[in-house]
Write a protein that binds this ligand. Structure first.
Ligand SMILES: NC(=O)c1ccc[n+]([C@@H]2O[C@H](COP(=O)([O-])OP(=O)(O)OC[C@H]3O[C@@H](n4cnc5c(N)ncnc54)[C@H](OP(=O)(O)O)[C@@H]3O)[C@@H](O)[C@H]2O)c1
Length: 270
């Protein structure tokens, strides 16, 4: 199936590793021109090189911009960089984020605020900056990467859950505003996924091992997998392929949805 993304300008935030990098790689392999965003310059440059190689056959292009999406002027800088290097933005993936395990009572105010900034304000500013131009040109896609925790709050990830739920609400508002103009806004709700957020040192796996009293990392991983009907965590590509589809021409009748990519974790059908 041709996703119809050749030469489309795409922005992926949080693209230096994990779900964001896998998404950028897929988009490049479809011939898209992708601007990758993350804070650490060296890793985002390396990620763009990887995407360029993945896109070589299809004519995909990749560039990077080191930028904290929570900066007040990030949206303007990202829009200008994308336009300068490739042209106006056709597809935006709001994916940057991070998470920690701890008890509800242990979350300091600064971390509540930080979760709000990265999961709500940053995606909002980027949509506010980019969606009107997409509407003028009559075609656009936005995918906001939320979480299963947006639908059913996780007791061990309080501020993250609340901010991700707000991100779904924001996503729906923008979907309603722009769908008739050809700009389709959707969210995805991944379950636990084997990115650095889970698998890295001191990541969610290590934290869940300590929290759950598991003897080894493998025990903790098995226990986390066993909580899903599918019986395991997702690979990053399994989430990225859904995001890439929602960015595509082929997702032309999907708007305002929050697609579960969670191996059946959230036990409702809507
Ligand atoms: N992994 C999971 O189990 C899971 C489940 C549900 C939802 N999600 C969501 O999926 C998204 C991607 O997660 P992941 O698992 O791929 O995480 P990851 O492997 O830790 O990657 C996170 C990416 O975001 C970037 N980033 C973080 N804060 C940023 C900021 N303020 N500005 C710009 N870039 C920033 C990181 O690079 P720098 O540090 O260099 O900035 C990195 O590229 C997140 O929104 C996460 O909440 C993940």
């Amino acid at each position: 199936m041709d996703l119809g993304l050749r030469e489309r300008t795409c922005v992926v935030t949080g693209a230096s590793r994990g779900i964001g990098l896998a998404t950028a790689r897929f988009l490049c392999a479809e011939g898209a021109s992708v601007l990758l965003i993350a804070r650490d310059e060296r890793s985002v440059v390396r990620a763009a090189d990887e995407c360029l190689a993945a896109g070589a056959e299809a004519g995909g292009r990749a560039e990077s911009l080191a930028c904290d999406v929570t900066d007040r002027d990030a949206a303007e800088r990202i829009a200008a960089a994308a336009e300068d290097r490739f042209g106006p933005v056709d597809a935006l993936v709001n994916n940057a984020g991070s998470a920690k395990w701890r008890d509800l009572d242990d979350v300091p105010d600064e971390d509540w605020q930080a979760a709000w900034e990265v999961n709500v304000m940053a995606p909002m500013r980027l949509m506010r900056e980019l969606a009107p131009g997409m509407a003028e040109r009559g075609w656009g896609r936005v995918v906001n990467v939320a979480s299963t925790a947006a639908k059913r709050p996780s007791a061990a990830m309080a501020e993250y859950s609340v901010a991700k739920a707000a991100e779904l609400s924001l996503s729906r508002l923008y979907a309603d505003r722009f769908a008739a103009k050809g700009v389709l806004v959707n969210a995805v709700c991944p379950g636990p996924t084997k990115s650095e957020m889970w698998m890295g040192e001191d990541g969610l796996l290590d934290q869940s091992q300590a929290h759950g009293g598991h003897e080894t990392r493998d025990d903790a991983l098995e226990a986390a997998g066993a909580k899903r009907p599918i019986g395991r965590l997702a690979e990053v590509e399994e989430v990225a392929s859904v995001i890439a589809f929602l960015c595509s021409e082929q997702a032309s009748y999907v708007a305002g949805s929050a697609w579960g990519v969670d191996g059946g974790t959230v036990q409702v059908i809507i």
